[in-house]
Write a protein that binds this ligand. Structure first.
Ligand code: ADP
Ligand code: ZN
Ligand code: ZN
Length: 747
């Protein structure tokens, strides 16, 4: 039984770390949980002060005899902060970490930077009374007061800067007149607004019957007060955004607010402008390029009721709307929705919880839904809607697979296949645009044979082995190691290596091959400065270039109607990852990239170059067959006990001392193994300890253990037990232990 409660008094404080511990009175034991507002005696005078319960615990932080007791529960209205604190508690429970870390995630932390405040002075009394006072000041020769009063009698309202500047009146004089009740200072917070000042009006699209059907169905449940979770599986260019906008409009008309999550790389001017056109000043955005102060301002605007819609990446989920009606997650399969720092929450799952608490609806949308969401939709947990065709009967692109092994046989060692070069030539002649896509994602240290396509894989885990500096090939799940070979064991060829070409090299190659073409490159290097991303995209949209070469950044967020050819240079790059997502990522990237072709009226063409032309993810992406891919990939996940069929928990132990860290990891692993032996846990599968994918960073050594179980709840209990064990043993003080559920990239 939790005997103590940690209470936070001032949630607008810069430091959320400041909690105070109180005793829980017997009669309140059952009624307290994180987020509940309570009255507590505070400070030396024990003044009754309002606070929020953030955590209940049985661990006293100081002597019990000196601890004060909670007074009462404040029941009146439940502010949005209370709900966000409850959400923080849920996040902590689901994903591990401390309550403070969770609170910092959900509550906007006030910035030290001063709020910009617009102040205006005006006369607080009648002109007659003002004139009477003026005379008094004149007699007393209070010249500064005279100056101010005279000015205010002439002009009704004067900005504060003018008073202290041009009129040369000090703050203390203003204060004196304010205290006398003669002047009033109006304070208006000037929020920084990230929107462009003027927005041209857009034309509203008329929804087609397929779009209208979705709006009607979801709209009916939302307005009936029975919101659910919905998955819109719509091919690229099927008009999902138009559906979101209409659903939001209806929610706003009912007095509700909406949050729209969009991956940061897709959060472009072209996307956002569509929302501005509809909701004008009542919409705002968040992105990582904004300063902390600007971001905080947007949260305040939301809280004060001057916004209806917030658009942004993951963190926008915590916008403090008090009457939230709808959450939309576009591109719901994106890995960026999972936090890579503690707490490692998934925005999709967390959105579901926030929606539940608020009584809001949750709409997920994608051309390539995550296996998790699609499986749930098929199981009836989510309502599934399909948009199978592009708007206005625009055709889907035609895909062709090119076998790079054949190119090598023909003596073509360039990254551009003969077929792709031929098609590029044709498009350049026609004045149409081309996108070349290199799906480099994360560190893929896989090694393959360019002659036969053989990839070195772990015999136990069915994931690609990664090349290490010591020349060995290593599996990041189970730790399996083997020496790397110079010759292919399948075909005897010497073309065995990792894949090295980057976008820059490809840009050079393309320029050499097509000297007359104008080439733009978009990757991490060319988008590093604030507007780089946007500039390149709009230059390409304005047809200032013929060819755009880029990483996965180029596959989202923009419509390029003049692009009729998309070349995917090495589809294998995302296939051979050191985790189980390879096929899924590949299918998603190929589908998204292909979706860039033929957004206008001319049919698009896609060339997929690969060393594994027979791989199902590549075959099915070329055929745009999502359901076929889903079936095959689920069978693989089920066989290998990978999510979403099973769940995975990875525990990371990081230490400065490699031996000690390894020892701790082993000890924690044994702890769980013993519980399993005693029959306390059944059906658990455990892998490791093994070196983490990046085993040593800044002289910190990292070990991982993977736990797999069919029941997510069981993994949460294992995490709880381990956290509890760690907190009671000081041996773990010098190591860092972190947890990650259903990891996206692993540690
Ligand atoms: P998705 O998000 O599914 O890729 P979008 O919502 O971006 O699709 O729509 C693709 C394009 O089609 C956009 O330019 C959009 O303005 C347009 N569009 C959407 N719905 C319609 C419609 N009903 N009629 C005509 N054009 C539409
Ligand atoms: Zn080979
Ligand atoms: Zn393995």
């Amino acid at each position: 039984m939790a005997g103590y409660a940690n209470i936070i008094i001032d949630i607008s404080h810069e430091k959320l770390d400041k909690t105070f511990q109180y005793k829980v009175p017997k009669d309140l034991e059952e009624k307290l949980f994180p987020g509940v507002q309570v009255a507590v005696p505070f400070g030396n005078g024990n003044r009754s002060t309002r606070g929020y319960v953030v955590e209940l615990t049985d661990k006293a932080e100081f002597e019990e005899s000196r601890m004060k007791e909670i007074g009462a529960i404040e029941e009146e209205s439940v502010p949005v902060e209370a709900k966000l604190i409850a959400l923080a508690a849920w996040i902590r429970k689901q994903y591990g970490g401390t309550m403070i870390q969770a609170l910092k995630t959900v509550l906007p932390v006030k910035q030290k930077a001063k709020q910009k405040e617009k102040r205006t002075l005006h006369l607080a009394v009648s002109a007659k009374e003002g004139a009477r006072q003026l005379e008094i000041f004149q007699k007393k020769r209070h010249t500064a007061r005279v100056r101010l009063l005279e000015a205010l009698l002439k002009e009704k309202r004067i900005p504060y800067e003018v008073v202290t500047g041009k009129l040369n009146i000090t703050a203390s004089v203003v204060r004196a007149l304010e205290e006398l009740g003669l002047v009033k200072v109006e304070r208006e917070q000037a929020f920084r607004n990230p929107l462009p000042d003027r927005i041209e009006n857009g034309t509203n699209v008329l929804l087609n019957p397929a779009q209208q059907h979705i709006v009607t169905e979801i709209g009916r449940e939302l307005s009936a007060g029975t919101p659910g979770t919905y998955l819109i599986h719509g091919v690229t260019g099927s008009g999902k955004t138009a559906v979101y906008i209409e659903l939001i409009r209806q929610a706003v008309n009912r007095g509700k607010q909406a949050i729209v999550l969009i991956p940061e790389i897709a959060l472009t001017y072209q996307t956002v402008i569509r929302f501005y056109q509809r909701f004008g000043e009542r919409v705002s955005i968040l992105n990582s390029r904004m300063s902390a102060g600007e971001r905080y301002d947007q949260f305040l605007r939301a809280k004060s009721g001057s916004l209806d819609v917030m658009i942004g990446p993951r963190s926008a989920l915590f916008t403090p709307f008090s009457n939230l009606g709808l959450i939309i997650i576009d591109e719901e399969h994106e890995t960026s929705y999972k936090s890579e720092t503690v707490p490692r929450y998934h925005a999709r799952e967390t959105a579901k919880e926030r929606a539940r608490m608020a009584g809001a609806g949750l709409v997920l949308g994608s051309a390539t839904p995550s296996l998790e969401s699609y499986a749930r939709a098929k199981a009836g947990e989510y309502r599934l809607f399909e948009l199978k065709e592009r708007v206005e009967e625009r055709p889907m692109p035609e895909c062709e697979i090119i076998d790079l092994r054949e190119e090598l046989k023909k003596g073509n060692r360039s990254i551009l296949s003969g077929r792709l070069q031929e098609l590029m030539e044709d498009r350049l002649k026609k004045g149409q645009q081309i996108m070349l896509f290199l799906n480099r994602r994360g560190v893929s240290g896989f090694v393959s044979c360019r002659a036969c396509g053989h990839v070195f894989q772990c015999p136990h885990c069915d994931v690609s082995l990664s090349q290490h500096n010591n020349g060995k090939l290593v599996c990041h799940y189970c730790g399996h190691e083997e020496p790397s070979l110079k010759v292919c064991p399948e075909c005897g060829s010497k073309y065995v290596s990792g894949f090295k070409a980057g976008t820059q090299k490809i840009e050079e190659l393309v320029k050499k091959r097509f000297p007359a073409a104008r080439v733009l490159r978009m990757d991490f290097d060319t988008t590093r400065n604030k507007e780089g991303h946007e500039k390149i995209l709009s230059a390409f949209a304005n047809q200032e270039a013929d060819i755009l070469v880029g990483t996965q950044m180029i596959v989202k967020g923009h419509d390029f109607p003049n692009v009729t050819l998309v070349g995917i240079l090495a589809a294998d790059l995302s296939l051979h990852t050191s985790d189980y997502h390879g096929a899924e990522r590949t299918f998603q990237l190929l589908t998204q990239a292909a979706g860039r072709a033929g957004r206008g009226t001319t049919k698009g063409q896609v060339v997929i170059q690969t060393y594994s032309p027979d791989h199902y993810s590549i075959q099915l992406a070329a055929r745009q067959d999502y359901t076929g891919f889903f079936a095959q990939e689920m069978a693989y996940r089920s066989m290998m006990k990978y999510p979403p069929v099973w769940h995975m928990l990875v525990m990371l132990v990081a230490s400065k001392d490699s031996m000690y860290g390894a020892l701790c990891a082993e000890l924690l692993g044994k702890k769980v193994a013993q519980a399993a032996e005693k029959g306390k846990i059944t059906g658990l599968s455990m892998l490791g300890p093994a070196d983490a994918a990046v085993a040593k960073v800044n002289d910190i050594y990292k070990k991982v253990i993977y736990f797999k179980h069919e029941d997510y709840g069981m993994l949460v209990r294992i995490k709880d037990a381990l956290e509890e064990f760690i907190s009671h043993h000081k041996e773990f003080l010098s190591v860092t232990v972190q947890f990650d559920f259903n990891p996206m990239n692993g540690f």
